[in-house]
Design a protein around this ligand. Structure first.
Ligand SMILES: [Zn+2]
Length: 221
C-alpha cells in the first residue's frame, strides 16, 4: 500500500490517492469528493482504505486505486464547486462539454479540463488505466442509485446485490462534460456513478456499500 500526492487544488490543497497491490494487472479505481458538499462519498472511500489496510485478503488480485477527495477546496467550504466556482463533474473534455453560465451551480468552467483537480483525475486514469471505475456522490430524496456509463451494466447489478440501490442507465438530466460521460461513454471504461442517499448517515452508507464495492472486483465478502 502506498499513498501518492497526485497534485494540488486551486488553493494548494493536496489531492492524494492510495494504491494497493501495484503489481496486479486488474485495476479498480474509486473516486470520492468530486462535490465538496457530499462528504459521505469521501467517508466511504476512507473506510474502504481502512478495510483493505486491515484485511489484505479482501484486496488480493486487484490493484485498487482510491482517491477519496478530488475537491478539497469545496470540501473545506461544504460547497459543490471548486475554488474557481467550477463544477468539476462538468469540466471533463468530453465532446458534449458546454460553456454554461458562470452563475450556475453546474458551471463547467471556461474550457474543458481547465481545472487542476480535473487534470489530476485525467493523469491518474492515464497512469493507472482502470478496468472499472466507481465514482461516489450523494443525492437527495429517492434518487440514490447505481448509475452507469459505458459497458458497466453488469457491475451496476453486482453492486445492487449488496446495496439494493436501483440500477439506472441515466441520471435523468443532461450532464455535459461529466466524468461518467467522458470515462464511460467516450473512453469506454466501465464507470459506475454511485449515488449515495444523502439522508443516510455516513456509517449507514459505508455498511451498505463496502461489500458492493468489493463486488465490483468480483470479490465476495
Ligand atoms: Zn455529486
Amino acid at each position: 500500500m502506498a499513498s501518492h500526492q497526485l497534485g494540488i487544488s486551486v488553493e494548494g490543497r493536496p489531492i492524494t490517492a492510495t494504491v494497493f497491490n501495484d503489481n496486479c494487472q486488474h485495476t479498480v479505481t474509486i473516486f470520492g469528493g468530486f462535490h465538496g458538499d457530499e462528504p459521505k462519498s469521501s467517508h466511504v472511500c476512507r473506510e474502504f482504505i481502512k478495510l483493505l489496510t486491515q484485511d489484505s485478503a479482501h484486496s488480493l488480485a486487484t490493484r485498487w486505486v482510491i482517491a477519496p477527495l478530488i475537491n478539497p477546496d469545496g470540501y473545506e467550504r461544504r460547497n459543490r464547486r471548486n475554488a474557481n466556482k467550477v463544477d468539476l463533474n462538468r469540466n471533463f473534455p468530453a465532446n458534449n462539454w458546454m460553456l454554461g453560465s458562470r452563475r450556475s451551480r453546474m458551471f463547467g468552467g471556461l474550457s474543458p479540463a481547465s481545472e487542476p483537480e480535473t487534470q489530476v483525475v485525467i493523469k491518474l486514469i492515464d497512469e493507472y488505466p482502470p478496468d472499472v471505475i466507481v465514482t461516489i456522490h450523494s443525492i437527495s430524496g429517492d434518487r440514490f442509485c447505481n448509475n452507469y456509463d459505458g459497458p458497466a451494466e453488469d457491475y451496476a447489478y453486482a453492486m445492487h446485490q449488496h446495496n439494493k440501490y436501483p440500477v439506472r442507465a441515466s441520471i435523468g438530466y443532461p450532464t455535459p462534460g461529466s466524468f461518467g460521460y467522458w470515462a464511460g461513454v467516450e473512453k469506454n471504461i466501465p464507470t459506475i456513478t454511485l449515488e449515495l442517499p444523502s439522508h443516510h448517515s455516513p456509517r449507514r452508507c459505508w455498511l451498505d456499500n463496502g461489500s458492493a464495492i468489493l463486488a465490483v472486483a468480483g470479490i465476495s465478502s
